[in-house]
Ligand binder design. Structure first.
Ligand code: C2E
Ligand code: MG
Ligand code: MG
Ligand code: MG
Length: 291
């Protein structure tokens, strides 16, 4: 609806906007302004990545997730929640996603020694629209080649919304990337609509338990059951399982009882600029309680 209104507004000139009323007009103006600013941001390369540590059951660093941040010239650091939805709607997710791949691969190459020694994986988030785009595999291949990053250290996080697309095409694209050495994680698992029949066909390395289940895992028996079921499912299918949004030791301990392999969340570190990750790597393992 907003798209159509904006299209009409653009087509018919600004005077026509009064037709929609003040609230609508304000919204469209804000949106158009954001869209224009995003175009400038792409041009000026105002996007950076923050990195959040991922640890294994013993608290050792095993990887990081790259999370988009927009260094807005006036507003400071803008989180992805304000960027990704409009970027997806407008198609700007393609150039933004392209920069994310380049930034992540460059960082991975810079971390080569540490990453290879410790077997770290760097995970990046990819939108359905970006993954579907014909040039995606080539973008990844080129970024890996140009930076010299080790493909075996790169992991792509997909979401279940991807599985609403032509599944054979998705599998074909995943297989192509697998042959480069890249691995896959299914993000926000349990919140989407994945069919188990599809799931077993995907060349995945990992399931990522959505933070909505982790948040109440101690107080909501259903969430605890879901988390345990996802862990068991992953292991039955030969996949690793990581929990996101782990904020407390009690949450971690409960997930560990269920056999969870890896953890990510404020308990272990917030997303931060790249130079802070090696510090995390050297930091002593957080207290893991009586085990
Ligand atoms: P996600 O991929 O599920 O990423 C996890 C989000 O949870 C991140 O939010 C992270 O900062 C936050 N988080 C991590 N630990 C905790 C915790 O202990 N507690 C709580 N409450 N939150 C935690 P962020 O960075 O705002 O990113 C939000 C979403 O934006 C991501 O969710 C992902 O879907 C999307 N996104 C981020 N970067 C990119 C990107 O480069 N490309 C695309 N397409 N999407 C991205
Ligand atoms: Mg993610
Ligand atoms: Mg997630
Ligand atoms: Mg999530």
């Amino acid at each position: 609806q907003a798209d159509l209104a904006m299209y009409q507004a653009k087509a018919e000139g600004r005077n026509r906007l009064c037709f929609y009323g003040q609230a609508m007009r304000d919204r469209l103006t804000a949106r158009t302004q954001l869209e224009n600013e995003l175009r400038e941001a792409i041009e000026a390369r105002q996007f950076i990545l923050h990195y959040q540590p991922q640890v294994d059951a013993a608290g050792r660093l095993i990887g990081a997730e790259a999370l988009l941040r927009w260094l807005h010239p006036r507003r400071g650091v803008v989180p992805p929640g304000e960027v990704i939805p409009i970027a997806e709607e407008t198609g700007l997710i393609l150039p933004i996603g392209h920069q994310v791949i380049e930034l992540a691969c460059a960082q991975l190459a810079q971390w080569a020694g540490m990453a290879d020694r410790a077997g770290l994986t760097l995970s990046i988030n990819v939108s359905a629209r970006q993954f579907r785009h014909a040039g995606f595999v080539d973008d990844v291949r080129t970024a890996l080649r140009d930076t010299g990053a080790n493909p075996a250290r790169l992991r792509i996080e997909l979401t279940e919304s991807m599985l609403l697309e032509d599944i054979d095409e998705v599998i074909e694209r995943m297989t192509e990337l697998r042959s480069l050495g890249v691995s896959f994680s299914l993000d926000d698992f349990g919140t989407g609509y994945s069919s188990l029949a599809y799931l077993k066909r995907l060349p995945l390395a990992e399931l990522k338990i959505d933070h909505s289940f982790v948040r109440d895992v101690l107080v909501d028996a259903n969430d605890a059951a879901i988390a345990r079921t996802i862990i068991a499912l992953a292991h039955t299918m030969g996949l690793e399982v990581i929990a996101e949004g782990v904020e407390t030791e009690a949450q971690r301990a409960l997930l560990a009882e269920g056999g969870c392999d890896a953890y990510q969340g404020y308990l272990f570190g917030r997303p931060a600029p790249a130079d802070e990750l090696p510090r995390t790597a050297r930091a002593p393992a957080p207290s893991l309680g009586p085990h």
